[in-house]
Design a protein around this ligand. Structure first.
Ligand SMILES: [Zn+2]
Length: 46
């Protein structure tokens, strides 16, 4: 039961798909680590 599974893409808002220990947005290519409490630490500013 991991609430982080419900994470949405911070760029386009699409639902992230879990792939192993990563969550990937197939719409824009954004990814983050699944289970990361705060995604702020991994956000990449383009
Ligand atoms: Zn996206």
């Amino acid at each position: 039961m991991n609430e982080q599974q419900l994470t949405r893409c911070q760029k386009c808002g699409n639902r992230l798909e879990t792939c192993g220990h990563l969550q990937i947005c197939k719409v824009c290519g954004y990814w983050t680590q699944a289970g990361t409490a705060r995604m702020d630490s991994i956000v990449v500013i383009c």
